[in-house]
Write a protein that binds this ligand. Sequence first.
Ligand code: AMP
Length: 282
Amino acid sequence: MMLEIIRTIDDLRKKVSDFRKVGERIGLIPTMGALHAGHLSLVAQAKKETDRQIVTIFVNPKQFGKNEDFSAYPRHEAEDAAKLQNVDVLFAPNAEEIYPPGFATKVEVGELANELCGPHRPGHFSGVATIVTKLLTQSLPDRAYFGEKDYQQLQIIKRLVKDLDIPVEIVGVSTMREHDGLAMSSRNRYLSQVERKTASRLPEILKQSAAAIKDGKPIDIVLREGLEKMKQAGFDPIDYFTLADSETLKPLNSPTRPCRLFIAAYLGRTRLIDNWPVITGK
Ligand code: AMP
């Protein structure tokens, strides 16, 4: 199999219709590139469940805030393509292909986008929802794969395909971690050596806090102690550390239903997010 790099929506549609004509099932894996093993675990899952895989790489300007890292975001297409030799298509359009002059539509997902990262990144989830809606309707895959690392994003995408009747199954894939537990992320490469060491405190604190909640320790105490540990480790500012319902993402005071701990905090200039299950299941 040879990776084919496609730049235009027309060419993507032609390719997809070729796959469909012979009844092949298509898996879509949207990314912003700078691919790491986390992204590749999405590809691996898609390979198990579909006949053809399309990876997209598009650093979506609409999901970055004014003071965020859009221009600094790592772009390494040749290296990325080399990692994708086992997939069929890399769709890597330029910004004008996706947002031609006059582009005006926004997809807003409502309440889910107001929780957790929402207030800290105004416009972010609208940018995500808009690009994902476009990528899904451009490629019309059977399944699309998203990481639980970006748990809020995953819930928002599940909501939008339901609400907009997009006929695709959204598959959540568990978080791939480094040996010390740090969730893999394209942004980890921003961390200095010292920061990289400190970063592993984040999953440690999550894991310990989840265990404490399961042991029956009151949530407010667990969260207060966790925040204190994060401050001591050097995270500053800490955007949030919350126990929230796994589906609605609303904060919970007791673990009475499927729920997760969610964290977002800065180390130097790098914003890290992570989440950890406390009670799993529907
Ligand atoms: P990004 O390129 O950061 O936009 O991520 C593209 C997709 O890969 C998203 O669905 C992410 O949730 C997913 N992803 C990123 N990091 C990880 C990870 N460590 N484990 C699993 N999935 C991930």
